[in-house]
Design a protein around this ligand. Sequence first.
Ligand code: G3H
Ligand code: ZN
Length: 284
Amino acid sequence: PLVSMKEMLEKGKDNGYAVGQFNLNNLEYAQAILQAAEEENSPVILGVSEGAAKYMGGFNVVVSMVKALMESYGTTVPVAIHLDHGSSFAKCAEAIHAGFTSVMIDASHDPLEENIAITKKVVELAHLHGVSVEAELGTVGGQEDDVIADGVIYADPKECKELVDQTGIDCLAPALGSVHGPYKGEPNLGFKEMEEILSTVKLPLVLHGGTGIPTKDIQRAISLGTAKINVNTENQISQTNAVRQVLKDKPELYDPRKYLGPGTEAIKQTVIGKMREFGSSQQA
Ligand code: G3H
Ligand code: ZN
């Protein structure tokens, strides 16, 4: 069923696993991720950035597509449709009214007071609709769609506490050295801060930039309250590599189903691997 993230993340936090957020880029991603979740009997979060929603035809198209696929597949595992890095109250409201079951309001680039004010407004509307809310503090490095950061700023534990206490959000993404897209070298995650944040805010934490984080760091983050891990680039790379290989091997192909199919299978296998690594398999 289509649900908010609230319950699945609290269960994950209490039982020592994280639910993956896998981003949608088109129909094939929705197919691959929903199939992987059902096969693994895992809860799942379908992340949709504003750019990806625009590419697919808008929030309504995304919701209709996901609902229709779930019906066609007979999906039994909990699924959340989540706005990734929502840029404004208006965008969050639009997603909520289109049927998203979860939203992220990313006002992390604003001063704390403004971040709190915008996030609070989003929470008020979202909770009226049974929709969960994620907020961010600090800066995730790298670039995702139009979200560009030139530096990585670690979230401040005191500010995290203030944001959580004043807004009533359901989960918090404290940027602690993770990066969107591939890492240059090993990531240097702020586990000390993560521990401090966990002990003061007591909410499920979210780790952005899940691509390229070594398993030992994933496990440590989960042990410190991380209950949601976002992955996008890794699926894109595995899909693109598979498609590139088929086109190279069979230059006579022109039927998109024949070259996109292997790409979809590659996404599915990557997602299955993540669900096992994050511990969410068999937890639906
Ligand atoms: O919000 C989405 C994620 O943080 C994706 O990060 O593309 O590095 O896996 P990634
Ligand atoms: Zn992100």
